[in-house]
Design a protein around this ligand. Structure first.
Ligand SMILES: NC(=O)c1ccc[n+]([C@@H]2O[C@H](COP(=O)([O-])OP(=O)(O)OC[C@H]3O[C@@H](n4cnc5c(N)ncnc54)[C@H](O)[C@@H]3O)[C@@H](O)[C@H]2O)c1
Length: 404
């Protein structure tokens, strides 16, 4: 009998379909192998959601692809899921509902993988980090863009000092109206596109360039998704100011929206530009080379510019159907990190293995602190704007945020 790792899932919405589902189906076929931990089975054993209906549908669709799993729903869904004692559990609920599930998972002594944005405040982050430490488990966050080959190349050039000292930059990520109008209509009230997607770029900037986050500014517009004087935001413009070890600074503007017309030629618009002392990095995730037109299908059912790197469905040259990309690779990587902690050697050395994975900061919750500080600052500034006190500035001293 091969050793087995079991998994629990909280939330089975859009991101589950894009990344977790293909991971669990692939690992059910292929297993998880590495010379350092051997040949393991990985099985999704329980799913927790609000109503159970999407999980029920997936149970039917996945028959024959993965073994059946327990469908837990309602108020006690996460606790029911945890009664199956999974080796690890993943949280993919709406942005503002990560914390409770994550805390319950860690308190049970189960390794945690949490979707971005990990949590919305520093106090929540610190609480989760402390529980993970006390229970001796991993608490990790999914930032799949760090695995995008273009972003890996940017970081490589920075790490190798080919690109020297970033001075400023901009990023934009624009989502179609369908996201705010249909996909997230159940939980959109009081939310903003910055927390939802600027966080990808906050992490990219924080992880790639390092430095100390000092100042956060933010503005937002309303009137399409919700009332123009309400607290539900159509678009946001965030500015972050960092200071580096030599005392020099950099500023980054991140523009996000979820009201781009649905007939836009790509799924999302994602563009970055970073200016260095000795160079410029210009990246465009949508214009990586493919332009597709199909009568009656583009741009609504299929997009003209498609990102085949994140999560694409393919007919492999050897005849197999597959779904692959960096969105799935990041989940696979987490499963391998857990596998190494639990099966990568003598149990007496488990604490060292745990510590070694925690030091991989790209995904560690403790290393997400500046990102969460930026998110908390942005949310607080927008709250102030909604309350009739616009143009606030947030300063972060490494521990707490002060609004001015
Ligand atoms: N990495 C990425 O690029 C990426 C992309 C999309 C979404 N996400 C993140 O993934 C998370 C989920 O997004 P989505 O698009 O899948 O959302 P969604 O609205 O499609 O699905 C949310 C799921 O959570 C469940 N749920 C809601 N409240 C719950 C609760 N209290 N307890 C248990 N289950 C609950 C719902 O039943 C549903 O299954 C968000 O945090 C989002 O930011 C990440």
């Amino acid at each position: 009998m091969r050793p087995k790792m079991t998994a629990g899932m909280v939330g089975v919405g859009m991101i589950f379909d894009d990344t977790y589902r293909p991971f669990f189906e692939a690992v059910a076929r292929q297993g998880l192998y590495d010379r350092r931990f051997g040949d393991l089975d990985v099985q999704l054993v329980a799913v927790a959601t609000k109503t159970g209906s999407r999980a029920e549908r997936y149970l039917r669709q996945s028959a024959g692809l993965i073994p059946p799993f327990a469908n837990c729903s309602g108020d006690g869904a996460v606790q029911q899921m945890l009664q199956h004692r999974p080796t690890f559990a993943c949280v993919a609920t709406p942005d503002n509902r990560h914390f409770e599930a994550a805390r319950a998972i860690l308190e049970t002594g189960v390794h945690l993988l949490i979707e971005k944005p990990s949590v919305l405040s520093l106090s929540e982050l610190d609480e989760l980090t402390a529980i993970a430490e006390r229970r001796g488990v991993l608490a990790r966050v999914v930032y799949h863009k760090l695995l995008d080959p273009d972003h890996k190349k940017l970081r490589t050039l920075v790490a190798d000092n080919v690109l020297q000292h970033v001075n400023n930059g901009y990023c934009s990520l624009l989502e179609p109206r369908q996201i705010s109008g249909q996909q997230f209509s159940e939980w959109i009230t009081g939310r903003n596109p910055g927390t939802y997607v600027a966080v990808h770029y906050i992490k990219l900037i924080d992880f790639t360039f390092g430095g100390r986050l000092k100042t956060v500014l933010c503005t937002g517009q309303r009137g399409l998704v919700g009332p123009q004087d309400g607290n539900t935001w159509d678009s946001c413009q965030l500015r972050l100011i960092y200071e580096y070890a030599d005392g020099r600074e950099a500023a980054f503007d991140i523009h996000t929206s979820w009201v781009t017309p649905d007939n836009f030629p790509g799924y999302v618009e994602q563009e970055v530009q970073f200016r260095f002392d000795n160079g410029i990095w210009n990246g465009h995730s949508r214009k990586r080379g493919v332009e597709l037109t199909v009568d009656q299908l583009t741009p609504l059912k299929l997009k003209n510019t498609i990102n085949n790197h994140y999560n694409g469905s393919f007919l492999e040259p050897w005849g197999e159907r597959s779904q692959r990309g960096y969105g799935i690779e990041v989940i696979d990587r987490f499963a391998r990190e857990v596998a190494w902690v639990e099966h990568g050697g003598a149990s007496a050395e488990r604490p060292q293995r745990l510590q070694q994975i925690r030091q991989l900061e790209y995904a560690d919750l403790a290393a997400d602190r500046q990102v969460v500080a930026a998110i908390e600052a942005m949310e607080r500034i927008l709250e102030e704007q909604a309350a009739g006190r616009p143009d606030r500035v947030a300063r972060y001293d490494g521990r707490t945020i002060q609004l001015h």
